[in-house]
Write a protein that binds this ligand. Sequence first.
Ligand SMILES: *Cc1c(COP(=O)(O)O)cnc(C)c1O
Length: 376
Amino acid sequence: MHFDTLAIQATHKPDPTTGAVIPPIHLSTKFERDADTYELVGPHGYTRFSNPNREALEQALATLEGGAVGMAFGSGQAATMTLLQTLRPGDHVIMPKQCYFSTPMLLEQVFHPWGLTYTRVEMSDLDAVQASIHENTRLIWVETPSNPLLTLTDLLLIAQMAHEAGALVVADNTWSTPVLQRPLDFNCDIVMHSTTKYIGGHSDVLGGALVFKDGNHELALRARQIQQLGGAVPSPFDCWLLLRGLRTLGVRVRAQQATAQAVAEFLEGHSLVERVYYPGLDSHPQRALAKQQMNGPGAMLSFNVKGDAEEALRVCGKLKLFTLATSLGGTESLMEHRPTIEGIHTMAPANSLRVSIGLEHAEDLMADLDQALKSL
Ligand SMILES: *Cc1c(COP(=O)(O)O)cnc(C)c1O
């Protein structure tokens, strides 16, 4: 089945008791036991452990990523935290130098004091990755394309390297979504999502997820235990919203991607733009890898304006259609100066801007960018 059909199939399970085509929101925190047998009447007992809305979301996510088991969390960071908690003090993690800023912060500030060791490497440099694998390496973290400069990581080769060393690979698939990239098909073991972004898709719900290729792997079982005992879970309403988001994920992502391609080409040809980072452009150094492991380059891009931070911020200030806000994956186009957000440790050049393309018309966005750039 194609993704779009699968997405509809996986998100529509009519309610057997009422026939409702769209499932109701089960706010109940508790579920009844039978008076005679004292067995639970249904499959659920208590909402921290499981809930019909969360179960529906988790199963749909697992299906769409091609995994065995899905787990939903209250945020992307809660998903990351749960995965790191499955490891033991003394274990070693390989973390990209370039990735979503708060992922390594969690490792550095919370899990390093707790006993995890880690190495930050440039993931597109396979020799550097190989050299950083130790005997106690349990997990290699991959984010491709990476935030904020859209560098790609070869999923197949990293997975091969990890497996030879007895380690697992987790891919943060937030930017690509399973519409454009399915890391488990490229031998990765775990997919992580901030469902806050494209999966929710409307900038109104916070969530995260893990999908395991092998649902019986020790780390999958521990992650489920931590989810149920620790309780960093999304509310039933959030799960319902995320399931709704999944139904339109394919059309949204492809429409946003088509606009991003047009905007990237426009920016690359603009005299006031120094450089564009977008895997849909022939100028992207890993264009071939993008074609190999992605169904499309996505709707995120970055570019450097001619000048410095001051010029980049001036362009931001002149935009009329782009909202100046963090995050990504919603219906509204966003412009962000990552160096301001990330501070001195940023990998983003001072004159770079990151763009999340929404569902506006490409021509209007290009006209807005043009008038803002001409203010330089
Ligand atoms: C937003 C984001 C996260 C963190 O997710 P939250 O839902 O904000 O906790 C992780 N990875 C990537 C790539 C993200 O964009």
